[in-house]
Design a binder for this molecule. Structure first.
Ligand code: UTP
Length: 287
């Protein structure tokens, strides 16, 4: 059985839905309460046992690279609370875990971004995590997917139930048997109109792939928006290999959209030990 060690974080997208905030700041650095989205994704990956974190970065994404460096100066006169915080920040990436940064010279699509990691992935299976999909779950969704992968030894895609009217925002999957949490894919359709959605299961940004996805992506031609689409690579793969969809337990926020981002901040704010109750009272008064 091949050990899962590698995870790809494609963070080279333009983030056009979140302009002007994303003009010079990566959307993955937007904070939910006090922590950037990419840090939530990295912590989830570390919890799931990943050791090589491969970031596919692009223009205006320098802040992501800086964030995982442990270069914060220790100030001589900080109090204990601040010193503890500084220590915590220097330990986001623990010993034994490596950050690897690869540039995607042009934003030519998610499939193209994943392909940039091929030389580092070698012949191993790998995960892909899209940090703008924030998923609140216990255990983390990647840990849930790794368990499924270890049992199936096949590619696994995280899915959630979506309102049929929302199908245009998702890759929607089809299966001959939709009755369990783990279903075998028979098809995947990128952003269909509601009348063409094959099910109510939409793909969210967590995947584990066998290594062969790389060769299918290499065979994938430029599709919608002159991009190499991950969905097209998955479609090719489906002709040769079984792929499963896993209905994970947890709540997902689309933080690439302004509304999803605000919802995440409210929910995480309400859970905050320091000021959650105050925020709750404030919202109650407001509405
Ligand atoms: P999105 O479809 O969310 O695109 O990409 P985007 O550019 O980030 O955001 P919008 O739609 O313009 O607002 C899905 C994921 O794929 C990455 C993005 O960073 C995001 O995590 N991606 C996309 C790349 O790394 N490179 C690309 O060329 C395209």
């Amino acid at each position: 059985m091949q050990q899962l060690r590698k995870i790809i974080f494609p963070v080279a997208g333009l983030g056009s839905r979140f302009l002007p905030a994303t003009k010079a700041t990566p959307k993955e650095m937007l904070p939910i309460v006090d922590k950037p989205l990419i840090q939530y994704a990295v912590e989830e990956a570390i919890e799931a046992g990943f050791k090589d974190l491969i970031f596919i970065t692009g223009k205006s994404k320098r802040a992501i690279t800086d964030h995982f460096d442990s270069t914060l100066e220790r100030f001589s006169n900080v109090d204990d609370k601040k010193a503890k915080l500084l220590d915590e920040m220097n330990q986001i990436v623990p010993k034994g875990v490596s950050c690897i940064y690869i540039r995607q010279g042009e934003p030519l699509g998610l499939g193209h971004a994943i392909l940039q990691a091929k030389p580092v992935v070698g012949n191993e299976p790998f995960a892909v995590s899209l940090a703008d999909d924030l998923i609140d779950s216990e255990p983390g969704v990647l840990k849930q997917l790794v368990e499924q992968f270890n049992e199936q030894q096949s590619s696994i895609i995280a899915v959630q139930k979506v309102d049929q009217s929302e199908s245009k925002k998702y890759g929607m999957i089809d299966s001959n048997n939709l009755d369990s949490d783990l279903v075998k894919l028979s098809n995947i359709i990128e952003k269909p109109d509601p009348e063409f959605a094959p099910s109510d299961l939409g793909v969210v940004g967590r995947y584990i792939f066998t290594n062969s996805l790389m060769s299918f992506l290499e065979k994938t031609t430029f599709g919608a928006g002159h991009e190499i689409q991950l969905t097209d690579g998955i479609k090719l793969m489906l002709k040769q290999e079984s792929i499963y969809a896993f209905l994970f337990s947890g709540k997902r926020y689309d933080c690439g959209s302004k509304l999803g981002y605000l919802m995440a901040n409210i929910d995480y704010g309400l859970k905050n030990k320091e000021f959650g109750d105050e925020l709750r009272n404030y919202i109650k008064d407001l509405v």
